[in-house]
Design a protein around this ligand. Sequence first.
Ligand SMILES: [Zn+2]
Length: 263
Amino acid sequence: MITASQHIHRLAGSPDVDQAEDVSGICATCAAKIKQGVPISKIENPSFSQHSDFLRYSKYVCSGCAWLYWSGKGKPGNFIAAGERYDQLVISHESVVEDKEPWHKALLRVSDMPLETLVSGVLTTDVKPRLWPRTKLATVGNFGLYVHAPDYDLSAFVSFDLAECLRISTLMRDPLVSGYSKSSIYHGLLTDYARSSKYLSQSFGWETGLKACRDNPAFIPALLISGVTKEDKKDVRSERPGKPVITAGTSGNQHSAPQLELF
Ligand SMILES: [Zn+2]
């Protein structure tokens, strides 16, 4: 069985890793059995943190881990390795980075893959911490990602149902289009008194649907991958003629957290 790092490296096209030596043992980071490894002295540098967490099993790392360590500051950040592809992703639906696919689109694509397809990924609102050593190998049918979202007190590998995640995300669409913040969706729509007064009848219905899912492990991943585009707002306007739609950012919600959507 391969490890998450080996899987990610393989789907990235197995880029060559210099400075590997013939060794016999296990990778210091992912514990893969290895015949070639990069000495950890080549990985460490004065700014290397979490030494005892990540370089604990031996004196060498496998090619996959070495490649990931050397991928650069803030990288790979948000990513998924599934099927034949390794992709760096963004949370925003209207990506500011053209070559990166939004999470929501990537998960829709992955949900169509066979259940036994191997998957590994990190979903994060902050690309600075090195999170990839903490993720695990999952499958489409037994899904999971490392999820880092300090705003919601979460930094852990989360096992969740991929179809449920996408279903819950659809429940979040109308509230988001109507200008509710992600924080309000997390804490309860009625915490945004001004907006729930304005959309009284819809808000109770939306809140009932969301409340039933807040304990679902897929809820926070769904919240992170959810978002709206200008087109979504136009769609809702045309679906509901005469109904005013307020754009995000004009919320009267005092609990509003910054919308961490860029990564
Ligand atoms: Zn490794």
